[in-house]
Design a binder for this molecule. Structure first.
Ligand code: IPM
Ligand code: MN
Length: 352
């Protein structure tokens, strides 16, 4: 199979972790007889520096024409403490999501037996956790009528959802629940917000089409609590953009390391795969960042964008092996010998 992939390394540790994912993907392609064509493109602070714009048209054209996009990270500290900055790297990410129509953000949280002691939660609370959030990604307060100020003193951000936006996201949620344990949780704030009542009403009306799926409706504040009490009681969770942003950061540390969690953003056509972690600028250029989340994102890409499940499993198997054998970067080594980002990538590629 010929795989045409846009490669957006982005900022900070992005280029380093992306390099490792490319090595491992190429090794998988070689083993299974595929041909990958990688097309690099600029995004984030790197694109602002080069062309003054975080998601240039040229990058969009490359992504649109690709079968999938593999993405590193976005963000640079020089913009973080400057609320007056006119162009910000994060705008590139939002523009990309919108223009590529990436409305469903898939963020799993699962545990690795070898890392269970690194979790901030007690073993008995997290053992067996295997949940996945489907976060709506192109609507809600992130994209409501442009945030504005009144006399500089009062600020507005509007949260807007249409039934259609909720339906297409919920459909993916029901389908995912059908392929897993047939449990779906709709996370909202329907006791307060009208948009949440529309979510709930829409999902309730869809239940009859998926009679095998058991649906629960829970308020977002209660979910935030139960996620740290009994994360293993959840399976598929669907929610709106901002709630999903917050809850998926909470969920991402349950496994013991944010450096391990992959994600996918799915749309009507092209889909994008990226690690959940950010650009970690303090580690940029030092060859110490953990590349596993990006490598597991490449695994998701093989499976979800190309339907190549065996290839994805081959990647997951070597990642598990690196964790079991301690061939890991310093964030996971617990004082034992650790390896450089590039060494971990080389090792994984050689074991495929
Ligand atoms: C994420 C990030 C982004 C978001 C930022 C960088 C705009 O936090 O992907 O979760 O809020 O969606
Ligand atoms: Mn976030």
């Amino acid at each position: 199979m010929k795989l045409n992939i846009a490669l957006l390394a982005g900022d900070g540790i992005g280029p380093e972790v992306i390099d490792q994912a490319v090595k491992v993907s190429n090794a998988v392609a070689k083993k299974f007889g595929h041909e990958i064509s990688w097309t690099p493109a600029l995004t984030g602070a790197a694109a602002i520096d080069a062309v003054g714009e975080p998601y240039p048209d040229e990058t969009h054209a490359i992504c649109e024409n690709a079968d999938a996009v593999l993405f590193g990270a976005i963000g640079h500290p020089k913009y973080d403490n400057d609320p007056s900055a006119k162009v910000r790297p994060e705008q590139g990410l939002l523009k990309m999501r919108k223009k590529l129509g990436l409305f469903a953000n898939v963020r799993p949280t699962f545990t690795f037996p070898s890392l269970i002691n690194k979790s901030p939660l007690k073993r008995e609370r997290i053992e067996g956790t295997d949940l996945v959030f489907l976060r709506e990604l192109t609507g809600g307060i992130y994209f409501g009528e442009k945030g504005r100020r009144e006399n500089g003193e009062v600020a507005y951000d509007n949260c807007v959802y249409s039934r259609e936006e909720v339906t297409r996201l919920a459909k993916k949620g029901f389908e995912m629940a059908m392929s897993r344990s047939k449990k779906l949780c709709c996370v909202d704030k329907a006791n307060v917000l009208e948009t949440s009542r529309l979510w709930r009403e829409t999902v309730q009306a869809m239940e009859k089409d998926y009679p095998e799926v058991t649906v629960s409706y829970e308020f977002v504040d209660a979910v935030a609590m139960r996620l740290v009490q009994w994360p293993n009681s959840y399976d598929v969770l669907i929610t709106e953009n901002l709630f999903g942003d917050i809850l998926t950061d909470e969920a991402s540390v349950i496994s013991g390391s944010m450096g391990l969690m992959p994600s996918a953003s799915l749309g009507e056509k092209t889909s994008l795969f990226e690690p959940i972690h950010g650009s970690y600028p303090q580690a940029a250029g030092k060859d110490i960042a953990n590349p596993l989340a990006t490598i597991l994102s490449a695994a998701m890409m093989f499976e979800d964008a190309f339907g190549l499940k065996e290839e994805a499993e081959a990647i997951r198997a070597v990642v598990n092996r690196s964790l079991e054998e301690g061939y890991v970067t310093e964030d996971l080594s617990e004082g034992a010998k650790s390896y450089k980002t590039s060494e971990v990538g080389d090792w994984l590629a050689s074991k495929i």
